[in-house]
Write a protein that binds this ligand. Structure first.
Ligand SMILES: Nc1nc2c(ncn2[C@@H]2O[C@H](COP(=O)(O)OP(=O)(O)OP(=O)(O)O)[C@@H](O)[C@H]2O)c(=O)[nH]1
Ligand SMILES: [Mg+2]
Length: 434
């Protein structure tokens, strides 16, 4: 396990209301660790209830259902996938919980602008209030319908993003104008003036995006941002890192973790963000785990709620794709034996985390408990210093704090090695590691 000193950076904390913070402080001042732990428990349980609802909308046939499937990591033919088709397919709002995290629901909405759904009544019919944000999809230039919808969403105080789908088709259409060596075949004036002599995929994509942004600006949308995607290449979305950053910057802080948890790890950035968000909860989790009856770990004992630790370590494993199911899926995707991916993992997998494993880790942590108590005071943010002083008396707090923190770091390192191994020898690297 990584040493505690290696992780001395002070991390941000999740947003905790002043009332909750005061309650924890008051309980600790009275020396009532159990009451403080109960409060921490309650805050975490409320966080657990947070749901994120994402609406996928746009014109009929634009690829909404395909996008929903791609976000959920499913192929169109797989069980539980949204139905897709070349004729108008989706006629009602259908919720699709994320297979890896039921806190996130992606809603597949019917197409706008068909005789069945008029733009002026559309938002009411799809129950606008239900969603946290909207993704408006178009497979060509964005039309008036999309702009009307965006303006209405904006007027009602919610966020929307434009996604241009099926860019694989545009790239292959454009490629046909070039020969096998990638040299422009078309000789017409217009073709040569608007295209480079040598085929350049990134330039094609950039021009699609600029064209969409220009058209949306013409339709009255201020500073529109367009993201390009393609169904079969979704985890390597052409604008993956930018889209991710935009979503995360916009989401309220209490919803960031829900959004991040089920995301497939396709870049270092996703990995870093997941770790950063999970780290924010370590303090609360360690406090919640204190104050239970003592657990004897051989030579020493600690007052720790083991169940919370088991649940937390399992959550870390699942969030970093360190479960049998995720590894099997990744191995299939990159066409490598799962054994090869597992060989670089040092922490236990999701299903291997048991009470006994946690007790073993606790025993190790308890060995350094005295050292941990002083380390804890160095890493705690200022507003937690007083609490740190009070609970450090109970050896459980620093012990579990560093146990969780170190395990989280180790699991993130494992996930990075797994991704590196998965990508070895593939051409996908440039997209995935951007
Ligand atoms: N080449 C390509 N085809 C796509 C892509 N996304 C969707 N399609 C195809 O486009 C057609 C329409 O896709 P759907 O996902 O059913 O579209 P929709 O917007 O849900 O359609 P409705 O439910 O009828 O409103 C299907 O044949 C899909 O396979 C993509 O990124 N690339
Ligand atoms: Mg559909």
């Amino acid at each position: 396990m990584a040493s505690a000193e290696a992780h001395l950076e002070v991390e941000a904390l999740p947003h905790i209301s002043e009332g909750d913070m005061n309650e924890i402080r008051a309980a600790l001042e009275k020396g009532d660790l159990t009451a403080a732990a109960t409060k921490a428990h309650e805050i975490l349980a409320n966080e657990e209830k947070i749901q994120l609802h994402i609406a996928v909308t746009g014109e009929s046939g634009s690829g909404k259902s395909s996008f929903v499937n791609a976000v959920r990591g499913l192929q169109d033919h797989e069980e539980g996938a949204a139905e897709t088709g070349v004729t108008e397919t989706t006629m009602e709002c259908s919720p699709y919980p994320h297979p890896q995290d039921s806190h996130v629901t992606v809603w597949d909405l019917p197409g706008i602008g068909t005789p069945n759904f008029r733009p002026d009544t559309y938002l009411k019919e799809v129950q606008f209030d239900r969603y946290d944000f909207f993704i408006i999809i178009s497979s060509s230039r964005f039309t008036c319908n999309a702009a009307t919808l965006a303006k209405e969403i904006q007027a009602q105080g919610k966020r929307f993003y434009f996604v241009r789908s099926k860019v694989d088709q545009d790239v292959s259409n454009e490629r046909r104008l070039y020969d096998e060596e990638g040299v422009l075949k078309a000789k017409g004036k217009q073709a040569t003036e608007t295209r480079p002599q040598q085929f350049d995929e990134m330039a094609v994509l950039a021009s699609i995006r600029q064209d969409c942004e220009r058209k949306l600006a013409d339709l009255g949308i201020r500073s529109p941002q367009v993201f390009l995607v393609c169904r079969d290449d979704f985890s390597m979305m052409y604008n993956g890192p930018r889209l991710l950053k935009t979503f995360l910057d916009d989401l309220p802080s209490e919803k960031k973790l829900s959004f991040l948890r089920p995301l497939a790890i396709t870049s270092k950035e996703v990995l870093r963000k997941k770790k950063e968000e999970l780290m924010k909860y370590v303090l609360l989790k360690s406090l919640a785990s204190c104050g239970a009856s003592a657990v004897h770990t051989g030579a020493a004992s600690a007052d720790v709620d083991i169940a919370i630790l088991v649940t937390s370590l399992k959550e870390y494993c699942r969030t970093f794709g360190l479960s049998e199911e995720s590894l099997q899926k990744l191995a299939k995707q990159v066409n490598k034996p799962v054994k090869e991916l597992k060989a670089v993992i040092k922490t236990p997998l999701d299903h291997e985390i048991t009470k006994d494993v946690v007790i073993k880790l606790l025993t190790k942590s308890l060995g350094g408990a005295v050292q941990y108590t002083s380390l804890l005071m160095k890493v705690l943010p200022e507003e937690w210093q007083a609490i740190g002083c009070l609970v450090s008396a109970a050896i459980a707090f620093p012990t579990t704090f560093f146990l969780l923190r170190n395990f989280l770091s180790d699991a993130a390192d494992d996930a990075e090695r797994v991704l590196q191994k998965a990508l070895e020898g593939t051409t996908q690297k440039s997209h995935l590691w951007s």
